[in-house]
Ligand binder design. Structure first.
Ligand SMILES: Cc1cc2nc3c(=O)[nH]c(=O)nc-3n(C[C@H](O)[C@H](O)[C@H](O)COP(=O)(O)OP(=O)(O)OC[C@H]3O[C@@H](n4cnc5c(N)ncnc54)[C@H](O)[C@@H]3O)c2cc1C
Length: 391
């Protein structure tokens, strides 16, 4: 028996889910296949920051990346209000905005230029210095000395974004039990599709290579050993900057399933090989906090790490990421990397320009009962997946 789909998507991270949701809303018969858990991989592990490009502009990268990403927060905000191309009204916003915390000792160096850039409001009115009297009490109490800059960038709860996109059409998200052989899986189940999209992160390149469809394709992995600490001293969403172009730590706060708050630590403390000693992450975080937030009491804190790769198209600049999403198309098969959670809407737009189907075209209205394929559940967040916290 043949099962006809308009589109089959492999990989249910943000890239696959955003595209899938748009296709379903437009009436297409879309099937989303996932090998592990819905939203798994990088998306559920992301910090949920919807970048406007400020961070990249500050790092001296006022370039194509900063420009292309600057339109994204408005698209996400429309979706969060239920007024966009997808409906994220069920998703949780952890914070409407975040801070850039520039310690006094950094103001003379690279960061001095940053402050000038900030005060000139290089990217519009969505960034301004916060007067010390208006700092959040917790920042005042932490002993921080320096400049606090408001950044109009929302921070989302990634697991709830994933659910908001997946839940309305969950019956069309199914498990692939042979992820190494995606085309064999389609053949075995008699599934035919007009368009096939791979949003399967690292697997994309492997599949393209196995099919000799990787001519001209270049990708990269950038490892991280993310830090987690709980209980979080207080909710904080901030880039704590030092003297380099990457922050000492990017701190976001997340609620674990048991109700405890976790600080999730990216930036400099996490920029290391995945198999590094976790103690290096804890030591770097403790050192940074002791220097810049000296009154923070970490005596009762427990620690954990998450080793993970960022997977994306190859950048021209070593150690940096590409300016926009990457799409490598071979006929009706498309291999895609969003580069950032933030870029998921742009990836879908660009992909729709390449496909024979899309919201501007007439949907097939074909039936979409995929219940003969195995069911699949959501991926766990990093903090809920920790087996043992370290004192
Ligand atoms: C720690 C961390 C923090 C980040 N923070 C941010 C942030 O704050 N803001 C931001 O904009 N970006 C952030 N990013 C980047 C962002 O998370 C990624 O760019 C984005 O989530 C990638 O989405 P994706 O859908 O391509 O991949 P993924 O989320 O990795 O999803 C790929 C999915 O494909 C599945 N899969 C693999 N092989 C197969 C197969 N053969 N068949 C079917 N399924 C398969 C995997 O199980 C997985 O679920 C962060 C990244 C990391 C690692």
């Amino acid at each position: 028996m043949t099962h006809k789909a308009d589109i089959v998507i492999f990989g249910s991270g943000i890239a696959g889910l955003w595209l899938f949701n748009r296709m379903k809303r437009a009436g297409y018969n879309a099937l989303l296949l996932e090998s592990k858990g819905i939203g798994g991989g990088q998306s559920v592990a992301s910090q949920g920051i919807i970048h406007s490009g400020l961070k990249y502009a500050f790092a001296g990268k006022l370039n194509k990346l900063a420009e292309s990403i600057s339109a994204m927060p408005d698209l996400w905000r429309s979706a969060l209000k239920g007024e966009g191309h997808v409906d994220l009204s069920a998703a949780r916003v952890n914070a409407d905005s975040q801070y850039l915390m520039i310690p006094k000792s950094s103001l003379g160096g690279l960061m001095g230029g940053l402050v000038k850039l900030v005060t000139k409001q290089a990217l519009g009115n969505n960034v301004h210095e916060v007067k010390q009297a208006d700092w959040p009490e917790e920042i005042k109490d932490s002993g921080f000395k320096g400049t606090v800059v408001f950044m109009d960038e929302p921070v989302l709860d990634a697991p709830s974004v994933i659910r908001a996109l997946a839940e309305p059409y969950k019956e069309c998200i199914r498990k692939i039990d042979t992820p190494d052989d995606p085309f064999g899986f389609l053949e075995r189940h008699g599934i035919e599709a007009k368009e096939i999209v791979f949003t399967a992160a690292a697997s994309n390149h492997e599949v393209a290579s196995a099919r000799s469809e990787d001519d001209g394709l270049a990708t990269q992995k950038r490892p991280l050993l993310m830090g987690m600490m709980k209980p979080a001293p207080y909710p904080l969403y901030a880039h704590l900057v030092g003297n380099s172009d990457k922050p000492v730590a990017t701190i976001t706060t997340h609620e674990a399933a048991d109700g405890s708050l976790v600080w999730y630590l990216g930036g400099g403390v996490a920029e290391r090989d995945k198999d590094s000693d976790p103690n290096e992450v804890y030591a770097a975080a403790k050192k940074g906090f002791a220097k810049y937030l000296p009154k923070l009491d970490l005596s009762a804190v427990e620690w954990a790490v998450l080793p993970i790769d960022r997977v994306e198209g190859k950048s021209d600049i070593d150690g940096w990421m590409p300016d926009t999403p990457t799409i490598h198309s071979v006929g009706k098969t498309h291999y895609c990397w969003p580069t950032k959670l933030t870029f998921a809407p742009l990836l879908t737009e660009r992909l729709m320009e390449k496909m024979s189907i899309g919201p501007s075209r007439e949907a097939s209205g074909a039936a979409s009962d995929w219940s003969f394929l195995p069911d699949i559940d959501y991926a766990l967040s990093p903090w809920d997946g920790v087996k043992e916290w370290t004192k």
